[in-house]
Design a binder for this molecule. Sequence first.
Ligand code: GRF
Length: 207
Amino acid sequence: MKLKKVAVFASGSGSNFQSIIDENKKAKFCDLVLLIASKQDTYAQVRARENGIDSLVFSKSDYKDSKVMFEKIARELNLREVDFLVLAGYLTILPPEFIQEFEGRIINIHPSLLPKFGGDGFYGLKVHSAVLEANEKKSGCTVHFVSEQVDGGAIIMQSEVDVFDNDTPTSLQERVLKKEHELLPAALKKLCLGKAALIGEKAVIKE
Ligand code: GRF
């Protein structure tokens, strides 16, 4: 079977991007063809360079209308015949037209057990602070298909961690991030091997 082509979108350090690169080196399940960075000089771009993966920067601040920026991104993805898009710590909201064009082919990793602690304003340490404030005993991460509702698309896989009494937002973030690094490549692998798909509004997963 021909390997699926994957583009990763990132805004920062790209440790989740790295987890895909590493897992794909162990047993190749996809062709990592492109990194889309949302600003110049992210560490994610260094990771792309070191691993021979093309990268492009599309920064919202260069465009009056983000719709135009995403039209250009879509052109780049289609030129490269990209099958799947992975949002791995990507902080720009996708416009509805873009989501519709790639429906069922975009996944996102979020550092909470969705639907809890997701949606507008829940990013970075804010997620983990909210989990601690709510006195949750469990947290974790979720990989889901991207829909027009922020963090609201069909869930593909989740992974849990315990929340400890002495946790700080940073310690919880570290524990969750370790799980993200296992979960994201695992979910992407399922997608690329045809073991996960969006059917209607549901994620259908095969073991
Ligand atoms: C991760 O916690 C991810 O869940 C969130 O942003 C963070 C990105 O980390 N969406 P990294 O850039 O992959 O290191």
